[in-house]
Design a protein around this ligand. Structure first.
Ligand SMILES: [Fe+2]
Length: 312
């Protein structure tokens, strides 16, 4: 099964009826950690109609350069807005702020075990049609991949994402395939896991990490990547470069209907966005301490394969 439909959930009816009991929240966390996608057929948090209408009226240009409009909740800053939208950017920022607050409030209760030890990453608005985009290979969304962020290393923490399809008429279509543990067993060594793990002993690498930390102390943001981050970036690219994997692997097609919301660990669930336009997304970085099944986390799977620690 590739997704679990959270059918009996109707916000806000039943909110006080023990829906968000500890046991139930834990059960959903466990499903996510096993590689399930949790689907809400109706958006389970407040997303005012006028906000949706405003978002649907936006037309982003320069698609090759601006994949998404991103919102940084901790700084209340919007990025990636093309010049043709500049005059609307204040309104857009307010809407993204409201979205971030509402979805975080909902998720803090729905997945309460994570909320004590996560950090809010970026939110995004995706106004472009995914089908037929002209993007370089490593940026293509329509190829199966697991997520890794070049500029925001997680050092083993998990990438949890919430998506909402605000398109009133059309579904958002994904493909998925075997989960991370299966792909890692099959491809991680070929993708360079052992070579990257051996860098733990490299003095050149130790020097470049030290430099990154010093630069960060003086306010210059250089990504300080662990071996895990280095491998995950390589694996993201490796999977997209692997034409036989892309064409021959088993695929499950998922249709996310208009107004649906889905929650997924995108570093563990391979995904490809085949089509769809107008989606909202929010990312949370969940610490290892908050996970219920740490051995299922990608870093644990990889460490078991290569026999070395990768958080360094
Ligand atoms: Fe992705």
């Amino acid at each position: 099964m590739s997704w679990i439909s959270v059918n009996d959930y109707h916000y806000p009816v039943g909110w006080e009826d023990g829906f968000d009991s500890d046991d139930r929240a834990k059960w959903y966390c466990q499903q996510l950690e096993q590689g399930q996608i949790l689907l809400f057929e109706k958006t389970p948090f407040e997303l005012p109609k006028e906000h949706q209408e405003f978002l649907l009226s936006q037309r982003q240009t320069d698609s090759r350069y601006h994949k998404n409009i991103s919102y940084r909740p901790n700084k209340n800053v919007l990025r990636g807005v093309s010049s043709n939208l500049a005059e609307d950017s204040d309104r857009l920022r307010q809407i993204m702020q409201s979205y971030s607050i509402q979805v975080t409030k909902f998720l803090s209760q729905f997945l309460s075990p994570y909320a004590q030890d996560w950090s809010l990453d970026f939110a995004s608005f995706r106004p472009l049609e995914e089908e037929g985009r002209d993007l370089p290979l490593h940026k293509r969304n329509d190829l199966l991949h697991v997520d890794a962020f070049p500029s925001r290393p997680t050092r083993g923490r998990r990438i949890l994402r919430v998506f909402t399809n605000i398109n009133p008429n059309r579904p958002r279509i994904w493909n998925t395939t075997d989960r991370f543990d299966v792909l890692a067993q099959r491809f991680a060594v070929e993708a360079g896991l052992n070579r990257i793990a051996a860098r733990a002993l490299s003095s050149k690498r130790a020097l470049s990490r030290l430099t990154a930390r010093i630069m960060r102390l003086v306010g210059i943001n250089i990504a300080d990547r662990s071996l895990y981050d280095e491998f995950m970036l390589r694996f993201h690219d490796y999977l997209k470069e692997n034409a036989s994997f892309q064409s021959e692997c088993p695929k499950i097609r998922l249709e996310f209907p208009p107004h649906s919301t889905w929650v997924v660990f995108t570093d563990g669930v391979p995904h490809a966005a085949l089509s769809g336009q107008f989606a909202l997304e929010h990312t949370y970085i969940v610490s290892m301490n908050a996970l219920l099944s740490k051995h299922k986390a990608p870093i644990s799977v990889l460490e078991a394969i290569c026999g070395r620690p990768l958080s360094v």
